[in-house]
Design a protein around this ligand. Structure first.
Ligand code: HEC
Ligand code: HEC
Length: 173
């Protein structure tokens, strides 16, 4: 009997909670580590740790002297500090964040991409964008998340916050 009374209450409470955004984290966890921002966001956007799984970060941090054509080497103790932060917050640990889960699930077990832009989920989501909107000087490449996702620094990549330079809002249909 008790259960029958409590069930509708529970359903109502969880509908209310999700309307407030408590139950679902639709994006990825925002970057919190100041040292990470200092060391890893001087050349580009501070990619959230939840955009790649642990094995990707391990591989990327092992080869900083040859980092996408540049040298981003760190002192060993700094490398370790950043690696720990990345691993602790990687996509495979943060699967309660919808985008982290989707990215992680799109990577085959035998693959270790070191670029978010190389993951299947990312490629699928971006393949309809006209090439000249990507190569234009205001964007440059798909690695430049903030150029189109105005709230990327908050870990939010939702469609309503997309604004592509010289194009505007993204209409899916
Ligand atoms: C000296 C400049 C420099 C520094 C410092 C640097 N990077 Fe990069 N990184 C690049 C370049 C260049 C690319 C290629 C993409 C681009 O053109 O922005 C890149 C790409 C990446 C990508 C792939 C982005 C994609 O396309 O999906 C990740 C992830 C990344 N960097 C992580 C890091 C991390 C973590 C650190 C700190 C340990 C770091 N970077 C420090 C220059 C740098
Ligand atoms: C040229 C503009 C542009 C750039 C640069 C760009 N994106 Fe996007 N992104 C889009 C558009 C447009 C969509 C919507 C695709 C769709 O749902 O049809 C999208 C979708 C997404 C989604 C899925 C959101 C959803 O609600 O389905 C994620 C996650 C995402 N982008 C992450 C990134 C990350 C991370 C970067 C940088 C590494 C990036 N994007 C760079 C334009 C861009």
């Amino acid at each position: 009997m008790k259960k029958l009374i409590l069930l509708p209450l529970f359903v109502a409470a969880s509908v209310y909670a999700s309307s407030l955004g408590f139950n679902e984290n639709r994006g990825v966890a925002p970057v919190t580590d100041k040292f990470y921002i200092k060391e890893c966001a001087s050349c580009h956007f501070a990619y959230q740790p939840g955009l790649l799984p642990e094995r990707s970060w391990v591989k990327l941090m092992k080869n900083l002297e040859n980092h996408f054509g540049t040298d981003a080497t760190l002192e060993p103790q700094d490398n370790k500090k950043i690696l720990n932060y990345l691993v602790d917050n990687s996509a495979d640990k943060f699967t309660n964040y919808k985008r982290s889960a989707k990215i992680n699930n799109s990577i085959g077990g035998d693959e270790t991409p070191i670029a978010v832009t190389d993951t299947r989920y990312f490629i699928k989501k971006h393949r309809e964008i006209r090439q000249n909107l990507i190569t234009q000087k205001e964007v440059g490449s798909l690695s430049n998340c903030m150029a189109c996702h105005t709230t990327a620094d908050k870990g939010s990549y939702s469609e309503r916050d997309i604004n592509i330079p010289n194009y505007g809002k993204w209409e899916n249909d």
